[in-house]
Design a protein around this ligand. Structure first.
Ligand code: NAD
Length: 448
């Protein structure tokens, strides 16, 4: 099928490359000319495992091209995914300005087109947005009628940054919110032949027909929108829950990871998202939970649990600094911050605990030295006035303490020799690592 994707960020580009690899003819659209030029040269503008290789392949095969021309992209394709950002306003509510503009641009293409076309909202939007905001713009700007001249779907994306391509190509499930059968049928064709991840295959690892394809769930537009928020809110709540349990563990000298293992063996609960640490960040959980809180309030529903999920997380993000200042006055001290990305495998620092930690350290007069294998450039834009290093060895050297904020694999290579290069050999860990450092040189945020 001929597919256009508007927005080539962490969602749009993996989706574009993934669909091109499945045999679709993909046009990626972005207003950022530099990104478009890079993509057309086969250069991947974002840090994502496996994406540079696949992008180079599909661009050289001619199955993926990029453009800044939305009108023509829509005109010359059969289905359009809207994958632009839906950021948060200061009050926590969703900001729809970008997606509304992208929709207006897309409607120009629809206006000039005679064939049936399907618009798919892939961006995360609060329930009813597709029906009450996106669909009316498409109708008004194109002069066409939804359900007759064009179809509308809402297809939330569940990929995780760092494994975006894998998650897009092997999703746990595909949710298709649809205006009508024809819209949903058209979108379902795009996902023909998408496998479920191996875990969903049978116990012998065989891809039996019952397990081979990713399950497809067809729903109303607004149910699809809420499935995305409910999923993210539940995952975020699991993290805040285990962090609260972890804070209790810390007082009692209990290893929260033993507790998480014991709890997670219960198949009704599952072990995932029970890794206690320095709180969640990223472009999705904080923004989506706050948007759901704001939306619930507008509906007259008190989102008490969701509020606590955020409140626990806000405190957890700077707990490492509290633990450090309980031990020393950091004024004028060299403090190493290891890891800046909100999680390993990405250069994304949006809402990363490292931002709050650096803020707090700076406020207390610390001399902050930082290192991240991928996210330095992004953090430099926010915190240009700290010292950046090319490796953890250099960052640790002569430091008065170190805070480990992102669990990049390479931090497991920190040895006692590295710790001994510090002024005071102390590593406070906001993420659980797998290394052999002595207990007297390390302390965990929620474990002994
Ligand atoms: P992003 O900010 O990384 O990318 C958005 C892209 O859209 C940018 O390249 C921007 O230049 C482009 N853009 C903006 N306006 C445009 C326009 N009018 N026409 C064409 N391009 C335009 O965003 P993202 O992280 O990919 O997220 C996109 C959506 O998907 C959001 O709603 C987000 O909540 C949701 N989502 C994100 C993730 C994730 O892990 N990042 C996962 C699932 C869902």
């Amino acid at each position: 099928m001929r597919v256009s994707i508007i927005g080539t960020g962490y969602v749009g580009l993996p989706a574009g490359a993934g669909l091109a690899s499945k045999g679709h003819d993909v046009t990626c659209v972005d207003i950022d000319e530099d990104k478009v030029n890079a993509i057309n040269q086969g250069d991947c503008p974002i840090f994502e495992d496996g994406l540079p290789e696949l992008l180079e392949q599909v661009v050289s095969q001619g199955t993926l091209t990029a453009t800044t021309d939305t009108t023509n992209a829509v005109k010359n394709t059969d289905i359009t995914f809207l994958a632009v950002g839906t950021p948060m306003r200061d009050d926590g509510s969703i900001n729809l300005d970008i997606i509304k503009q992208a929709t207006r641009d897309a409607a120009e293409g629809l206006k000039e087109k005679d064939d049936y076309h399907v618009f798919v909202v892939k961006s995360t939007v609060v329930p009813t947005t597709t029906e009450t905001e996106i669909l009316p713009i498409l109708e008004q700007e194109s002069g066409k009628t939804a359900g007759a001249d064009f179809g509308v779907c809402m297809n939330p994306e569940f990929l995780r940054e760092g494994t975006a391509l894998h998650d897009f190509l092997e999703p746990d499930r595909i949710v298709i919110g649809e205006l009508d059968d024809r819209s949903g049928d058209t979108l379902e064709q795009v996902y023909n032949g998408f496998d479920a991840p191996d875990e969903l295959h049978d116990s012998d690892g065989h891809r039996s027909s019952a397990f081979g394809d990713a399950p497809i769930l067809r729903t109303s537009l607004r149910a699809a929108e809420l499935i995305k928020y409910a999923s993210n809110a539940l995952l975020a709540t699991k993290i805040s829950f285990i962090n609260e349990i972890g804070n209790i563990c810390k007082e009692l000298d209990i290893d929260v990871y033993e507790v998480a293992d014991g709890v997670g063996l219960d198949h009704r609960i599952d072990r995932s998202f029970l890794d206690s640490g320095a709180g969640f960040g990223g472009s999705c959980f904080p923004k989506d939970v706050r948007a759901l809180i704001h939306f619930a309030e507008e509906q007259g529903v008190e989102p008490a649990l969701l509020r606590q999920t955020i409140d626990v997380n806000v405190k957890q993000k700077t707990k490492l600094v509290d633990q450090l200042t309980d031990r020393m006055d950091v004024q004028g001290k060299k403090i190493a911050v290891l890891g800046l990305a909100f999680k390993p495998g990405t250069d994304d620092i949006r809402k990363s605990p490292a931002i709050n930690i650096i803020d707090a350290l700076k406020t207390k007069g610390a001399d902050v030295h930082a290192y991240d294998p991928a996210a330095e450039d992004n953090m430099r834009e926010l915190h240009p006035d700290i010292t950046y290093h090319d490796g953890f060895e250099d960052t640790l050297s002569d430091a008065d303490a170190a805070l480990l904020v992102t669990d990049w694999d390479e931090f497991n290579d920190i040895t006692l020799e590295h710790i001994r290069t510090m002024n005071q050999p102390l590593l406070l860990e906001g993420r659980r690592m797998d290394h052999d450092l002595p207990d007297e040189n390390t302390d965990g945020i929620t474990w002994p």
